[in-house]
Design a protein around this ligand. Structure first.
Ligand code: COA
Length: 298
């Protein structure tokens, strides 16, 4: 299935309102597009007016109700204002997607504490700030909430911190905090306000600012060889995970960060080609059978 078609019904989010931070480009823009194409009105928040204007024009050309809100998730007042404007414009808020993130490659030796803090401020504190400011709208019985339940938060994470990644100490720490926020809020706000809080951890996704910024072009092509499914993810794959969580299909999923990386986080570099391992296995097994020994005795 390609990026133009969706297995979800076109009206699966009819009447819903979403706010997507970092929604003007990359994965955030695709999530905005897919939420909108499935019936939601979408507010996108970002720092760059021109990017927002282009993105809103694109969304509207697809028949999606969309507005662009300039703001920085590091600033509490910007967060509060973006949420307030969304609710003023569309009447309520059902879905908050925290997609805004900062990243650059740098070794720990060359990363100043302020550089480290900058990424934590955007990814971790920014995500928390948006959640905190959104509570009064998302909670069951909250401002504008006409639903029988609370809303949904989706935090965009990563898989780097499951192990470790070169030149990514700041982002790994930031995303570990994001996952922890997802679990804590799922427990606390699920219980108290019927808000579901989940995450999505994308692997390498083609045609994104992240891939352009973090992976050189030659290596980008080679990346496919190291992927368990021998292909990069598409922005569409992440947007479909968001749709699943936002639709009734995900109504019992709370506190989960869904890995959408084709299985990459489970894998290690293929030091030996898989075919060679297979050939060796066959050779060892046939030898053990010929001398009548169980292979564990070899
Ligand atoms: N290497 C090392 N340190 C860096 C750096 C780099 N490439 N880029 C920024 N920093 C450090 C700065 O040196 C500074 O620390 P210092 O005061 O000790 O010198 C600190 O980070 C803040 O830098 P500044 O440029 O003021 O931050 P900003 O708020 O303007 O920008 C960033 C935020 C740094 C995350 C920027 O890369 C950005 O906005 N990127 C766009 C969004 C993005 O990256 N999206 C993710 C795609 S995967």
């Amino acid at each position: 299935m390609g990026s133009s078609s969706s297995p979800f019904k076109a009206d699966v989010l009819k009447g819903k309102v979403a706010l997507v931070t970092g929604g003007g480009s990359g994965i955030g823009f695709e999530i905005s597009t897919q939420l909108g194409s499935h019936g939601a009105a979408v507010a996108i928040m970002g720092r760059r007016r021109r990017v927002l204007d282009d993105a809103v024009a694109d969304l509207r050309s697809k028949g999606i109700m969309a507005i662009g809100l300039e703001g920085d998730v590091r600033k509490k007042d910007d967060a509060a204002k973006a949420l307030e404007t969304t609710v003023k414009h569309f009447g309520k808020l059902d879905i908050l997607v925290n997609g805004a993130a900062g990243n650059f490659l740098v070794s720990p030796e060359d990363l100043s504490p302020n550089g480290f803090r900058t990424v934590l401020d955007i990814d971790s504190v920014g995500t928390y700030t948006m959640c905190h400011e959104a509570l009064k709208y998302l909670k069951k019985g909250g401002i504008g909430n006409d639903s029988s339940t609370g809303g949904l938060i989706v935090n965009i994470s990563a898989t780097l911190h499951y192990t470790a990644a070169w030149y990514q100490i700041h982002v790994s720490a930031a995303k570990a905090a994001v996952d922890s926020i997802t679990r804590s809020l799922a427990l606390e706000w699920g219980t108290d306000y019927e808000i579901r809080v989940n995450g999505i951890a994308p692997g390498p996704i083609g045609d994104t600012p992240g891939m352009r910024k973090l992976v050189p072009e030659e290596a980008n092509n080679k990346t496919r060889e190291y992927m368990p499914l021998y292909k990069l993810g598409e922005r569409w794959d992440i947007a479909m995970a968001a749709l699943y969580l936002a639709s009734d299909a995900g109504k019992y999923v709370n506190g989960h960060t869904m890995v959408v990386d084709g299985g990459l986080w489970l894998s290690r570099p293929r030091h030996i080609p898989k075919e060679d391992v297979k050939a060796l296995s066959r050779a060892v097994e046939s030898k053990s059978r010929s001398v009548g020994l169980p292979s564990s005795k070899l």
